[in-house]
Design a protein around this ligand. Structure first.
Ligand code: ARG
Length: 466
């Protein structure tokens, strides 16, 4: 029997039917050990649960089970200590572990694969990995939300321009803007939680695709592995990668949010805007232009989104043509998920750091908030409230006031009362009280509006939730 290192010999796992080993190029295209070794802990955990169940059901002896479990724990320590030699000719993590088990405990090892297949084994390992990754994402998003809540609290009264079409629209507060991201990342986190719920079913015991004739107890393994229940259809179980695609979809949406934030940070940190200053810890200098401080971390977060989207599209495309049940195409699922997971983790961590560290230039924000006739809507609203004009007429009157201010290159508040009254006789000097940016934001007390009092309510709501 081959020791697994000799590619010329037939495979020790299925060699019975084969006279010779694979061509070198076959081994190269077939092997997944280069990346699926990441699943070693899940693979060993799954095998321990499976062996324990087999013994409990009287399918293997307790003695064999004990040898298997002991051997698997030894392998776990070997891999963790970096003392394990992975072999490409053994294809994947499952066969690398099983082959080592045979070397460690002898013939008992051969009983471990009773009533299972690599098809349900890989579905199990990968599900366990994705579930843990989702749990990490949940934590990371909670940290990012906490960072935004702190900044929002600190800047509940800091006025900045709100934009639509990237044009100055109405004054808002920086706290309110931060809370918009809290809503976005809060939705991402609920998607993560929902996905954990959704995928919380154990695949092990589906075997190759049809289940098994051995009297296994899939509820027992499900429980031992921390799943809510076993999956219900063995064919679906080995051909399903929805949990991976759901992870990638969630990552793509969260990535899109992170990228929008990254884009804002890039814009805000330009000298032209000057709204924020990134800490040295999250920016880089230029090798030629000494004055520069570049928002590289934000730019890389923006770029990671592209990788994550690519992974989602790749896996959807890998899966779209596959007849039921398992096909080897599905082996290509892992690298996409591993890469996206790494990108997402990094992006969330970098953003959390940037958000916590960046310095807010409140004076610049306030100055910008007042430019561009940002309180024009407040003037129109005043005409509706105090002079009884229909909003459409008030809009027209205000438009004339803006045109006049524009022709004089001044702000609305710089127009004289006489000039304003020439546009509409009902205007009184009370109008000036609504033309400041502070008055503008304070007035927007509608539920979810930008008034500092409202933003503080939303912060309290999220603090209780976070
Ligand atoms: N390395 C394989 C994968 O990742 C394991 C399952 C192989 N199953 C099979 N029938 N060849 O998908």
């Amino acid at each position: 029997m081959a020791d697994g290192t000799d590619t010329k010999s037939s495979n020790q796992m299925w060699g019975g039917r084969f006279a010779s080993g694979p061509a070198a190029i076959m081994e190269e295209i077939n092997a997944s050990i280069g990346f699926d070794k990441k699943l070693f802990a899940q693979d060993i955990r799954g095998s321990i649960a499976h062996a324990t169940m087999l013994a409990h059901q009287g399918i293997i002896s307790t003695e064999d089970k004990d040898k298997i479990v002991h051997g698997l724990n030894t392998i776990l320590s070997e891999i963790q200590a970096g003392n394990f030699e992975f072999s490409r000719s053994l294809e994947d993590i499952h066969m690398n572990v099983e082959s080592r088990l045979a070397a460690l405990v002898g013939p008992a090892a051969g009983r471990l694969h009773t009533a299972r297949s690599r098809n349900d084994q890989v579905a199990l390992d990968f599900r366990l990995w994705v579930k843990e990754e989702l749990q990490k994402c949940e934590q990371a998003l909670t940290g990012l939300i906490a960072a935004f809540l702190d900044r929002a609290e600190e800047h509940a009264d800091t006025v900045m321009p709100g934009f639509t079409h990237m044009q100055t629209a109405q004054p808002v507060t920086f706290g309110h803007h931060c809370m918009a991201y809290v809503e976005m990342f809060g939705r991402d986190r609920s998607r993560v939680r929902h996905a954990i719920e959704h995928m919380d079913e154990s695949p092990i015991g589906a075997a190759a695709l049809a289940g098994t004739g051995f009297p296994i107890d899939r509820h027992m393994t499900a429980k031992a592995l921390g799943f809510r229940e076993p999956t219900r259809n063995s064919i679906d179980t080995v051909s399903d990668r929805d949990f991976a695609i759901e992870f990638l979809s969630i990552a793509a949406i969260a990535g899109m949010h992170l990228s929008r934030l990254a884009e804002e940070i890039v814009i805000w940190s330009t000298p032209q805007f000057g709204f924020v200053r990134l800490s040295d810890a999250f920016s880089t200098g230029s090798s030629i232009m000494p004055q520069k401080k570049n928002p590289d971390a934000a730019e890389l977060v923006r770029a990671k989104t592209g990788r994550i989207n690519g992974s989602l599209v790749a896996l959807l495309t890998i899966m779209k043509g596959l007849p039921l049940a398992y096909s080897k195409d599905m082996q290509e699922d892992k690298e996409q998920v591993f890469d996206a997971a790494e990108s997402l983790e990094l992006a969330i961590a970098a953003m959390t750091g940037m958000v916590r560290d960046m310095t807010i230039n409140a004076a610049r924000m306030k100055a910008a908030a007042g430019s561009g006739y940002s309180t024009a809507t407040d003037l129109a609203d005043w005409l509706v409230r105090e002079a009884g004009l229909p909003f459409r007429d008030a809009h027209h009157v205000t438009g004339r006031a803006v045109a006049l201010a524009e022709s004089k290159s001044c702000d609305l508040a710089d127009l004289s009362l006489a000039e304003l009254q020439a546009i509409h006789p009902d205007i009184t000097d009370k109008i000036f009280s609504v033309l400041t940016v502070e008055a503008s934001v304070a007035s927007r007390k509608s539920f979810g509006g930008t008034a500092p009092s409202e933003v503080r309510k939303q912060i309290a709501f999220w603090r209780a939730r976070n």
